[in-house]
Structures are given as C-alpha cells and as structure tokens.
Design a protein around this ligand. Sequence first.
Ligand code: NFE
Ligand code: MG
Length: 586
Amino acid sequence: MSKKHLIVDPITRIEGHLRIEAIIDENNTIVDAYSSATMFRGIEAILKGRDPRDCGLMAMRICGVCTGTHYQRSIEAVEDAFNITIPKNARLVRNLIQGALYVHDHVVHFYHLHALDFVDIVSATTANPELAAKEAKKWANVAGVEPFMDGTGEFKAIQDRIIKFVKEGRLGIFGNGYWGNPHYKLTPEQNLVGVAHYLKALDLQRDMAKMHAIFGGKNPHPQSIVVGGVTCVQDIKNPARIALYKQLLHEARAFVKQAYLPDVYMAGTMYAAEATDKSATYKGVGGTGGGLLSYMSYGDFRLDDTGFYNSNLLFPSGIVLDGDISKAFDLDHNKIAEDVTHAWYEGDKALHPYEGETIPQYTGMKKGEDGYSYLKTDEKYSWIKSPIYDGRKVEVGPLARMVVGYVRGDIRIKSYVDDFLARANLPVTVLFSTVGRTAGRALETSMMVDVMEEWVDELAVNAARGDLSTWTEFDFDKVSVDAKGMGLAEAPRGALGHWVKIADGKVTNYQAVVPSTWNAGPRDSEGQLGAYEASLIGTKVANPEEPLEIIRTIHSFDPCIACAVHVLNTKGKKLSAYKVDPNCKI
Ligand code: NFE
Ligand code: MG
C-alpha cells in the first residue's frame, strides 16, 4: 500500500485558520507533516507613522485572545526605546493583569479547546455517578487536595443533562466529535468528571475576565497601560477593588488546584503510554508529540524593580536544545530572525525583526489528480513566516518556560515540576510529549495562582504605605529622538517580541514575532521542520478518517493563527484602501 495524504483543514477549536497536511505510511504512522496558515491579515502596517505612545492600544488588536499581552509588549518596546522605567505599583499591576490573562487563557484552553481531545463526552452518559465522584476524589487526592465538586448528586445532575442532549440529538457544539474513537482512553466515569469540570470552567472563565478588568479597565482588551506606567490609580487606592481581585483569585485557585490539576494527573496517567512511546518521537526522546525538543523562553514577570531587562524573573529566559536538560544557553536577541523561504512573502534571506520585511507573494496551491487542492510543500505554503534562533527552530510556550526554568535550576519552577512528577510517578522526560505540553501549562497555572496572591498582597501593602505612584513622568518631546526598542517577554502561548523603530517622534518600522509564529511556522531555508510539523512525526493515527491524534497534538500548543499572521510593508506600498464613513447608517 502506498502512502496516504491526510488533510485537516480547518483545525477547529483554535483561534484563526490552520491547515495540516500529513503523510501517513501503510501503518498509519505520520512520516511527514506540513503546517499552513491559510489567511492573510495584519495590524503592524497601520502602526507606521503613528505616535509611539499610541501603538499599544492598536497593537493589542492583533488578537482578541491574548489581548493585553500585545498591549504590554508594545508599551515596553517604546519604554525600552526611550529608557523609561516604571514605578513598583505599575509593575505589580501589569503582573496582575497578565496573570489574570494566563489563568483565564490556560483554563479555557484545557477545558474548552483541548479537553475533548482526551474526554469522550458520549461515553460519560454510561458512567456510574457514584463511582465518578470517587474517581474525582482519587485524582484530587493524588494532587494532595479534596475534589472541587461535592459528589454523586452533582455528577448525576450533569450526566442527566448530557443524556437529555444526546437523546434529543442536541449535542450542539459537541456534535462533530470523534466519539468512540479507540484513542480515547478514559473510563466512562473519568469522562464524566472531565465533562463536569468542563461545564464548571465556563463559570470560572467569566470570573477570570472580571479579574482581568479590575486593573485593566475592561476585557478582552484592557486600557489602563500607558508608556511610563498604568492609569488605574483609583483601583489601587480602593481596598474594595483589591479585595474583589483577591476573592476572584481565591475562586480560581480552588478550581485550578482541585479540578484542573487533578484532571491533568488523571489524563497524564491514562495517556502515559503515548507520552512515553519513544517510537513516536521526532528525535527519539520523550513520547508522542514531543517534536523539536528545543525550547526557548524570553523570560517574564518581573519580581523586582531593577529594570526591565535586569530584574529577577518568575520565568527565566534561556534556550534548551535537543532535549538536553543538562544545560541552558543565554538568550541573545540578535540571533532572532525570520525566514520566508516557505512562506508566501518575498525575500531571500532571514532578517532580524528590526529589519523585518513583509511583502506578500502568494504562489497558490496545486491541484491533485483527485481534484483536491494541495499545498506546494517544496515551495511556499503558509502565511506564517519561519522564525529561527541562531539558525535553529525552537518551540515556545508554557512547556518551554517550565523546561528552561527547570534546567536553569529555578527553585520555584523546579518545586512545581518535581512535585508533579513525583505524585504522578513519572520521569521528567514525560514532559517531552503532547501530554507533557498540556501538563506544563497546568503546572504554570498552578504556580501563577500562588504567585499572584503574593503580588496582590504586595500591591495592597505598598498602597497602604502611601505609595500611590503609577506613572513615571517624561517629556515626550525631549525623549523622542531617533530610537529603537524591543519588548521581549512572554505571552500565554510563548515568547513574544515587539520591535519598534522611531524617528522624529513617529514609528518608522514595527514588527511583532509572536508565539504561534514560532510554533506554527513552516520549514526554513534549511528544510528544518516547524514545531507543529515536528510534533506530528511518528504519531500513529488509529483511524485516518478521524485524525484525532493530529488534532490533539496540534491543540496542545494552543494555536492562535490570528496572532501569528501579520502584514508589514516597509516600502510603503499600498496593500489595500478602506474608506470609513463615520455617518454611515446601517
Ligand atoms: Ni492570539 Fe498570542 C498568545 C500572542 S499567539 S493568542 O499567547 O502573542 O501565539
Ligand atoms: Mg510579524
């Protein structure tokens, strides 16, 4: 039998549009894979010619998911250009806004975008609710806590709701799952636990959005961050606002510790065989979905006020290569470049983001003999560029942050990772897998809800002492000489950089290289696979008609293609023209 060409397009339950083409052999094992962003869109172009103080508000419209992250990175790039440092309150508030985003984003990802790759919702209808309650208690106890949900009655009520939906054929958004696929490994009771927490997480994510808005002003796009600090001094002064933040954080913490983490122990254990299956890896370490095994973190969440690039960080920066956890390399931003050999843009050499160009050059798809359109994988095949670090492809994201922190010997990160592995009785190499990527995100969330309690207390104490400073005054006309700056830190999905060049008080070049660009990018000029592509190699697909394994691994990165694709035209060529009529009546 010859090789088969499998296409998953679009991959759903993500932000944006993503197409995966995978080549499977006669054993249904993936031997090659291509990741393609199929839409062209952009924000960076409209930043050119603007006042740099306005960039943040526009740059954050790159995405509606990781919103405040682009906002903050953009503001930091301008602060870096002008050498502006921010007051302590501003640092803490920014940490609290970002922290709320991380918790919101990771919980939504695990339950609403990813859980149904592990949890078979239809199987939950046959569960025994009493045993499900026991199962929930068992995994909570593994995590060292009591379960989030009360017990049998609550599980029964949720099961009755699902049975009703299934009987009436009203599965709604759950209607198109690959229910019954042999690569679903949980028992009916475990599936019921997963579905029950899925529904609980819907409430939680609403509260996390509120938390984000307390200091951010609103959600999804906050508005209280400005060059030099933050504007929410009234919220810092008001003990009731701080108390509300703490209360919502308390609720989030309970869910993360008593539902999310236990569910990750449960899934991690039930899917451990995949996570440690060496035959399914790209480079022979870890297990299914491991992929590149090279990780990069720019580092983030400043823990003191010694300056943007000098502070101690919650997530250390660094690079770990080829799954070698004996050493981490220091990050040198000069080694970052974007290659467009296989992306639909003009250009013949990899460029540093300060010099970045984005000139579209769409070369289309090819028609197969079967009449379907296929990517021209030898040529250009994606709207996402291919970022490289020192000529290497790397993975970014929560797992990368955990691995880099772990290898750096960061005490806090090491304690969360070691505790997880000890309780689950798993080796550290289990992290190099699809399940490990998902566990890494849960560990990060667990750490985040703990450290955010420290930050909010620090803020309350500082305000109570009378320090209400939130902004560093500067004279724009004096500082705004020709300058360039970068905001290099982290977003929920990984390393995020914004680079800005300024002349005569106006932006002359702007470039963002985002986490999903690093992970979802196509091959580079050397033919090195992107992180998504590499992660699929060696995976066995139980039923090619139902590519559950492909979706599961790609989802473990939490793709955001809206973020990954931007337009920038450094030559000032007109890309399109829009006329907005403010008096238009619809
Ligand atoms: Ni659109 Fe994003 C995050 C950024 S993308 S969600 O996290 O930056 O990869
Ligand atoms: Mg870009």
